[in-house]
Write a protein that binds this ligand. Structure first.
Ligand code: GUN
Ligand code: FE
Length: 448
């Protein structure tokens, strides 16, 4: 594919690049082989290719969003029950919904298909998913994501302790066998495909410390290392959860994960809200990544995540919607919430210029990095940015229609410059789109 137009990405935290009139070329496996100004001599050599696509004036290409934490079965009751504290909410909503899908494969397929469609509509192309306990339901989830062209890391839940007697695995041994079996079958789903078309991967998924015995956690640590698969869980999320682990286990959950071999470079831990700076440093030294879920934190955590301090340690961080602990699956909302929460942390002392580097607040450009390259980094992917060697996982956003009129939030710019039809994308337009634009995605590129 040859694509010419405006590209926007964040190659480093806080750095936004708007690249006007660039030419991007991919090979047959969707990997970028050329990315330069259209006027460069190298671009001129390939510019007249017969498959050249021109991105319309007023539209731009941006990497797909990466959702680093989403519970697929909880999509069923997205937006309900958020009046409860976490441990009660899990019992009264989450476990029930998950159990329902495990007993109804037809419903699971419908819910997962709708979820996939909505993810695409909202520009999410890569997602790290929690599923349910039952193998077959997770295989449906993996199949659906693959069929819809979403890069999905799929976690069959491991839990041998539960407050719901009908929603639990019978023993640590059974749970470990089931986790191993899911890894094999999930890989089998795509084993005959060429490597670049294998979009789904299994993930070892101890739900969280309260639902996993030490024996199970240690076994999962070994399994993940032996099979070289990623690990995901919830860490230091909520008051009631942190208290529960202290009472039941006598230690902090980070210690339980660490001694079980589950704090690795392949691990992504959701939340980490209650981690103090030394513990954040520990997460960084382990090479473990964090899925920051600001909306869900506002409901369940009672305290904000120390985002700036975590970024300063250099730990890998992306954004998660945490459906249905968070009610919105749109990463645009997660970005806005991450900024809002960080500004409340900073308080009235909003800093500008060089002093801003010491601010606890993040800005919209930093949030865009977290939603794209930050999330991709956390998953060990080289996507989230445009460059030679990266898969072209991207979306095309339209800010102005074919008559040059601004649409949605952008109609303001028509008034500013009436009669001007050269709507070359500016940083002010992008800022406005980030704040109040909707997801007008014209096209998703990369994998269909
Ligand atoms: N901790 C353990 N399970 C869950 C879950 O399903 N959602 C959230 N937000 N936290 C959890
Ligand atoms: Fe969660």
């Amino acid at each position: 594919m040859h694509l010419r137009g405006t590209f926007v990405h964040t190659p480093r935290l806080g750095d936004l690049e708007i690249l006007h009139d660039y030419l991007l070329v991919t090979d047959s496996s969707g990997v970028i082989t050329h990315f330069q100004a259209a006027s460069s001599p190298e671009s001129q050599l390939v510019l007249h290719s017969s498959d050249l696509i021109i991105v319309p004036n007023g539209s731009f290409i941006i990497p797909n969003f990466v959702d680093l934490h989403l519970h697929a079965p909880q999509f069923l009751y997205q937006g309900n029950g958020l009046h409860l504290p976490l441990m009660q909410w899990l019992n009264e909503y989450a476990f029930k919904a998950e159990e329902r899908l495990d007993g109804d494969p037809a419903l699971a397929r419908k819910v997962y298909s709708r979820l996939a469609r909505r993810l695409i509509l909202n520009g999410t192309g890569t997602v790290l998913l929690f599923g349910t306990i039952k193998e077959d339901t997770n295989l449906i989830l993996a199949e659906v994501m693959q069929a819809f062209g979403i890069r999905a890391f799929v976690g069959k839940l491991s839990m041998d302790i539960s407050s719901r007697p009908s929603y639990v695995e019978p023993s640590a041994e059974d749970s470990l066998k089931a986790a191993q079996s899911f890894i094999t079958k999930c890989r089998d789903l795509t084993s005959t495909f060429p490597v670049h078309e294998r979009l789904v991967e299994p993930v070892v998924t101890p739900r969280f410390v309260p639902t996993c015995s030490d024996e199970l956690l240690v076994g999962l640590g070994k399994l993940s290392a032996a099979e070289d698969v990623k690990i995901q869980s919830h860490l230091a999320e909520a008051h009631d959860q942190v208290e529960y682990v202290r009472n039941e286990r006598g230690v902090e959950d980070i210690q339980v994960f660490a001694r079980s071999g589950l704090m690795t470079t392949r691990t992504i831990q959701a939340h980490c809200t209650f981690l103090d700076p030394p513990s954040l440093q520990q997460v960084h030294s382990c090479g473990t990544a964090i899925a920051h879920c600001p909306l869900s934190n506002s409901y369940f955590s009672a305290e904000p995540f120390r985002l700036r301090e975590a970024l300063d340690t250099g730990v890998k961080i992306g954004l998660g919607t945490d459906i249905a602990g968070g009610y919105s699956l749109d990463l645009m909302n997660a970005m806005r919430q991450a900024v809002s929460v960080s500004r409340m942390r900073q308080g009235s002392k909003i800093m500008t210029g060089a002093a801003a580097e010491k601010s606890l607040a993040i800005d919209w450009k930093e949030s865009l990095y977290l939603a794209t390259k930050g999330g991709a980094n956390a998953l060990g992917l080289v996507s989230g940015v445009f460059g030679v060697g990266s898969p072209f996982d991207a979306q095309q956003i339209c800010l102005f229609d074919s008559h040059g009129s601004g649409i949605g939030a952008l109609d303001f710019f028509d008034l500013e410059s009436p009669g001007v039809h050269d709507h070359s994308i500016t940083v002010e337009m992008l800022e406005k789109w980030w704040c109040i634009g909707d997801s007008r995605i014209e096209q998703v590129y990369g994998y269909r």
